[in-house]
Design a protein around this ligand. Sequence first.
Ligand code: CTP
Length: 408
Amino acid sequence: MQELAGKHIVLGLTGGIACYKSAEFCRLLVKSGATVQVVMTEAAAQFITPVTMQALSGRPVYTSQWDVRELNNMPHINLSREADAIVLAPASADFIARLVQGRSDELLSLMCLARPMDRVPLLIAPAMNREMWSHPATQRNLRQVDADGALVLGVGNGWQACGETGDGRMLEADQLLDEVIAQFQPKVLAGQHVVVTAGPTFEALDPIRGITNHSSGKMGFAIARAARDAGAEVTLVAGPVHLPTPRGVRRVDVLSAQQMLEATLHSVRTASIFVATAAVADWRPAAHSQQKIKKDGTGKPPMLQFVENEDILLTVAQGARAQGGQLFCVGFAAESENLAEHAKAKRERKGIPLLVGNIGPLTFGQDHNSLLLVDAKGVRELPRAPKLTLARELVAEIAARLPAGLHP
Ligand code: CTP
């Protein structure tokens, strides 16, 4: 997906061993469709050569404010005016301190100071030793650059090049890419708290077995990410899936439908939007055997009894209505035939403003899908596309339908 097509990113490198990750980050930016202009401090060039960064970005690197290639001899003005965003990765402790003071005695800090603040966001990916990271001076400086309008991206935790373990690692290249992409998404859900259920549930029969379904959770995770990118606070109630948590999203892992119901009821108390994408098991075994159910030698299978699980979406929507609260509920319908008909009926049965239909066997586990949006006015198709693209479109559709009181 070329999510950064048409965007021009100025990538600033300062002195730190994390510069080795900037090479990969630069590649990912280019692969996502961005044009990338690299600017490096003298210290950064101790860690990675401008030759490497030129080869990956396809453009000569800028390292000096006295660069004669610029006809007006003002690279700090020209580079910052061309940018759609400036990303400092890695941003060293020293460089962040320099930003706080508005220093400008070399090209990168000069360019950051000259940045048009109203239209060129500055993203900062710090990278340093854990002691340097937790030092009050660094934390004070980070608060100040944040207050001055930069977006501080946070750090990872783990093994550091110095041999110590802790906070201060630069985020990985793919995480940085996600942050840059998020920066360009319209903040249509700013101020909202969105709860999303995702994935299958697992209904245990005994300690070894249970019943579940083919849901991969990909659509729900994509919606959680899209909602977060749109500025919302997001809680993701996830059944058993092997997917990474989108950055900035609070995840609650559950196994059974009953656990999902409990976690959801707790989370929606403070929510304004609820999106139920989970493929909740409709039934659970009536009894859960403490020990493995064994074959009894007769050749006859055990007689299993099932009871129906509570409908989470229905319960949440009814509860919200009963309390007169403003919770905008969106349901999904996984069907195998007659999609429009079933989806319309399901929307009415669940008493919700918006229901999204899809054909289960065509979407489970896939990265692409097509959706049918059903509301009181009628039906609209979102044609086959990557799930993240559909999730972003759905978020825009939800934002457009929010009742007046829910707008920030
Ligand atoms: N849902 C839920 N809790 C359940 C069952 C379904 O929250 N116990 C939600 C799903 O997350 C989805 C919507 O209800 O948003 C519709 O789910 P689906 O499985 O398509 O339909 P069902 O309500 O189970 O109806 P049917 O089995 O008749 O298709």
